[in-house]
Design a protein around this ligand. Sequence first.
Ligand code: GLA
Length: 378
Amino acid sequence: MATPAETFRQHFGGSGRCFSAPGRVNLIGEHVDYNAGIVLPMAIGLRLWVRAGPRSDRQLHVIAHDLGETDVLDLDAPCRRTGTWRDYLSGTAFHLEAAGFRLIGANMLITSDIPAGAGLSSSAALEVAVGFALLSLAGHTVDRLALARAGQAAEHDFVGTRCGLMDQFVVAHGRAGHAVWLDCRSLACDFIPLATNQCAVVVADSGVKHQLAASEYNTRRQECETARQHLASRFPALASLRDLSSADLADALDVLPEPLLRRARHVVTEIERVTAFARALRAGDWAQAGALLTASHRSLSEDYAVSCPELDALVAAARQIPGCYGARLTGGGFGGCTVNLVAPEALDVFLREVPRAYARSTGGTARMWVVQPADGVR
Ligand code: GLA
């Protein structure tokens, strides 16, 4: 089979320029980005690659190499909601132009190591890598925040997922050796060193595909907004659930009907856990960091209701292994992956035994990756 470089040359001539963007795993801070909260993800070594060369017109000629599909998109007539990979491309291009970055046509070939639908942000990688390539070919200096925002806007009105900014932000800004602490209200960002030789980060894929646009993701976002409106009768200045403390929530039990109380409780406690986790990470206190992951999973499963039996089984299997500090679902949920903190000396047993236990309890196959914090788009 022809390599991507050979295929590009055969179709378009020349070798093009090579761009790539990483997948991401969120360590903690789940479903809080769209509540103006704090998140702590990291970019990972799995990447999506775009080989691209300029055209003299305003068309995008695209080869989706792994899918064996090709298409021609028109920058002057972007079409919305085809329900395919095209939406991510036309949406990102459309929103970059809307933000003032005039683009030119391009020939592109796309390949990816990031499994789709596994909650590792393959779609954010696609948006950010394609956007970076288009900005570069058109001669723009890349504004990474504008790029992340264009990807998020593409999700909102071309794909149909009303996501927060976390995924696109970390894919655009990731840094090797570091987790990315992001305040989703001020967009203040900090890089926290993550010594994976002291504590390994393992991603385990449940094999259950998730489709956020079709899932209850948008429902959860709406529930948070409704909860905020209820709470505004008690706290008139409440701009988002971020502004609520646990003590405030305890005072407001009577104004929040179920399930809104549980949804709000997840958001409030999760933001507190992110702060405690960042402290544990800086101190190298892996036992504490792991305990926070496990508490986060319980909250996501019981209060936020975004887990599924397979993810619960994968977390339970991980927690059985001595040397596993903690485990939880990562990303939007409803399937996809878990993230696990594991003592290096326990890694071999962990990688062998967790898939076995998962197969015994669910009949499913778990894929495992030991991941390192990686650089963002380049
Ligand atoms: C998806 C969304 C993010 C975030 C997570 C949940 O990955 O794209 O914006 O909301 O779910 O934390």
